[in-house]
Write a new protein. Structure first.
Length: 256
C-alpha cells in the first residue's frame, strides 16, 4: 500500500474512532512504526490530526481546520461525490456552485462538460474552471472571505437573486439525522439559502463525516433539496426523512 492510500485509511479511522495507535497501525499495514509516525506527521502538518503519546487523535471540529486542510480531508470520498454529482448535470445548462471543498470536486468533474453557464461565489472554482469549454463563467460579487475565497454578504445574496440557474450545487458543514442541513457562518448560510431559493434543481453534496459535526446555523431542511449525493448510506432516520420529503439520496460509486 502506497503512502497516500495509507494516510487516507488512517484519516478514515481517525474520523470513525477519534484516535489511532502507532503500534496497532504498524501491524495493520505491515509497516514499521517509523513509517506510521511519518504518516501521522503528514496528517498533523495538514491540520487534520494532533499527536498524542503513542499515536494521534482527531481534531474536535472541522470548524477549526484551515480551508486547505479541509480540502484534503476525505479527499477520495469527495472526488467520488464530485463525479457522481456531475452526472446529474447535462451539457449546455446553467449551474451555480457555492463555497466548499466538495463543491470544488464537482466543479473539477464539470470541466469535462460543454456549454455550461457557471455562476459561483467560490473564487477557487473560478480558477478551476476558467480554461474549461464553458459558455460563460460568472463570479458572484460581494465581500471576499480571505480564509477560503468565499464571496459572502448582502451584496452576494442580492447578486444571486438576479439569476435563475437550472442547477444548484451546495455543500454543508453539518447534517442532522432529522434532515436539517447546517453550517457555521451566518453570512455563508445566507448565500446558500439564496442559491437554493433561485435554482430549479437543488443538489447537496456531503460526505458522511458531516453527520459527526455539530453546526449552529440552519441552511435548509431536507425537503428543500432534490438530490443529496453522499459517499455512503446515511442513518435510517435520515433515509426516512429523505423518503418522506421526496428527496433522492444518491450514493457515489453506484450507478444512477
Amino acid at each position: 500500500m502506497q503512502q497516500p492510500e495509507r494516510v487516507e485509511r488512517i484519516l478514515d479511522m481517525l474520523n470513525r474512532e477519534g484516535q489511532v495507535d502507532v503500534i496497532n497501525l504498524a501491524q495493520l499495514f505491515d509497516v514499521t512504526e517509523q513509517t506510521v509516525r511519518r504518516d501521522l506527521a503528514t496528517l498533523c502538518q495538514r491540520g487534520l490530526a494532533t499527536r498524542m503519546h503513542g499515536g494521534a487523535r482527531r481534531l474536535a471540529s472541522t470548524a477549526s481546520l484551515s480551508y486547505e486542510a479541509r480540502r484534503m480531508n476525505n479527499i477520495t470520498a469527495k472526488s467520488q461525490i464530485g463525479r457522481k454529482a456531475a452526472e446529474l448535470i447535462p451539457n449546455n445548462c446553467s449551474v451555480i456552485l457555492n463555497i466548499g471543498t466538495t463543491t470544488e470536486q464537482v466543479a473539477s468533474a464539470l470541466t469535462k462538460h460543454e456549454g455550461l453557464r457557471v455562476i459561483t461565489n467560490n473564487i477557487n472554482i473560478i480558477g478551476l474552471m476558467q480554461s474549461a469549454p464553458l459558455a460563460s463563467l460568472v463570479q458572484v460579487g460581494g465581500t471576499v472571505r480571505q480564509s477560503d475565497g468565499a464571496v459572502v454578504g448582502e451584496d452576494a445574496v442580492e447578486f444571486i437573486s438576479g439569476y435563475r440557474p437550472d442547477y444548484a450545487v451546495i455543500g454543508a458543514s453539518s447534517i442532522d439525522d432529522d434532515g436539517t442541513i447546517l453550517d457555521f457562518d451566518a453570512r455563508e448560510v445566507a448565500v446558500a439559502r439564496a442559491i437554493l431559493k433561485n435554482a430549479r434543481t437543488r443538489i447537496l453534496v456531503v460526505d458522511q463525516s458531516k453527520f459527526e459535526i455539530n453546526a449552529p446555523v440552519r441552511i435548509a431542511d431536507i425537503g428543500e433539496l432534490d438530490f443529496i449525493v453522499m459517499d455512503g448510506a446515511p442513518s435510517d432516520a435520515f433515509a426516512r426523512a429523505a423518503e418522506a420529503a421526496g428527496t433522492q439520496i444518491i450514493i457515489a460509486g453506484q450507478n444512477l
